[in-house]
Design a binder for this molecule. Structure first.
Ligand SMILES: [Zn+2]
Ligand SMILES: [Zn+2]
Ligand SMILES: [Zn+2]
Length: 256
C-alpha cells in the first residue's frame, strides 16, 4: 500500500502508530491527492485536523431556550462583523433530551474569534460567554463507529452500530431494542460498541481546556491515519476479520 502511495504521490513521510499508519503530507495538494488515492483504492482512513484548523467553540448563556438559532446567527453577524460563524447549536440535557438555555457557537479561527468574549449583552439580554468543554469521554464517529475522530473527517466504510452493515445507525432496519446485541467492535455479545465497558472503548483521558489562553499552533498540513489492522483490512475493503487472533495473523502476515 505504501509502495503504491509512494509511486503515486512521490516520497511520503509515513510513521507506524499502533494499528495505524500516520502519513504527513507536505502540501495541501499532496493531502488532497492522498485522500483521493485512498478513496480510489478503497483504503480506509481518517483525517486529523491541526488545532489551528479546528473550529473555535464557545457557549453562550443567558438567552431564552426558545430563541431561534437563525436569529442568533444573524444578530451575531451584526454585533461582531469581524467573526466568522460556522455553526450555532443548542445544548440538550443528556437525560431528558430537552433543549437547555445554553447555545454553542462555532467560529472560524480567523484571528478575531476572541472578540466574542467582549460581548456582555446580546439580543437585549445580559449574557455570558464561556469556553466550550467537550463532555468527558471518547469521540465516537457517527459514520464508522470507531473512535477518536468525527464523521466529518472519516474515510472509513459506514458501519451500523446495531448490525455492522454499511448504513448509518439511524438508517438501520432494526428499530426495536435487541435482547442480546453483538458488539461490532469487539465481537462480544451482550453490549453494543458505544457501551463504555466494551474492552475496545477508549479509556477516558483528562480533558484539556480549549480556548483563548492556549497558544495557537503553527500552521500545519493535516496528517491522516490509515488503519492497517482493524476489523476492516486496508487494500481489501470487503475483508472482515472478527477475531483478535485473525487480526494479528493478518497484521503480521502483511507487508507494509
Ligand atoms: Zn469514522
Ligand atoms: Zn443496521
Ligand atoms: Zn464491545
Amino acid at each position: 500500500m505504501l509502495k503504491n502511495l509512494n509511486n503515486k504521490c512521490g516520497k511520503v513521510n509515513a510513521v507506524l502508530a499502533n494499528e495505524y499508519i500516520k502519513v504527513y503530507p507536505e502540501t495541501a495538494e499532496e493531502h488532497r491527492d492522498m485522500q483521493k488515492f485512498c478513496r480510489e483504492e478503497k483504503i480506509e482512513f481518517y483525517v486529523i485536523r491541526p488545532l489551528s484548523e479546528r473550529p473555535f467553540k464557545i457557549v453562550m448563556k443567558g438567552l431564552h431556550r426558545d430563541t431561534d438559532i437563525e436569529e442568533i446567527k444573524s444578530e451575531l453577524a451584526i454585533a461582531l462583523p469581524e467573526i466568522e460563524i460556522l455553526k450555532v447549536g443548542q445544548l440538550k440535557n443528556v437525560r431528558t433530551k430537552s433543549p437547555m438555555d445554553i447555545f454553542m457557537i462555532e467560529l472560524k479561527k480567523n484571528g478575531h474569534e476572541n472578540k466574542i468574549f467582549e460581548l456582555t449583552h446580546f439580543m437585549f439580554l445580559k449574557i455570558k460567554i464561556q469556553n466550550y468543554r467537550k463532555p468527558p469521554g471518547a469521540t465516537q464517529c457517527w459514520n464508522c463507529n470507531m473512535f477518536n475522530h468525527s464523521s466529518a473527517n472519516c474515510g472509513f466504510q459506514t458501519r451500523c452500530l446495531k448490525c455492522g452493515e454499511d448504513h448509518r445507525t439511524n438508517q438501520c432496519p432494526i428499530t426495536t431494542p435487541q435482547e442480546n446485541p453483538k458488539c461490532i467492535n469487539c465481537g462480544a455479545t451482550g453490549h453494543i460498541a458505544s457501551w463504555r465497558g466494551c474492552p475496545l472503548f477508549p479509556k477516558i483521558k483528562p480533558t484539556k481546556g480549549q480556548g483563548c489562553k492556549l497558544p495557537q499552533s503553527a500552521k500545519r498540513i493535516p496528517s491522516f491515519s490509515i488503519q492497517e489492522t482493524g476489523k476492516y483490512i486496508l487494500l481489501n475493503a470487503n475483508t472482515k476479520v472478527n477475531t483478535p487472533a485473525g487480526r494479528t495473523q493478518l497484521a503480521s502476515g502483511k507487508r507494509i
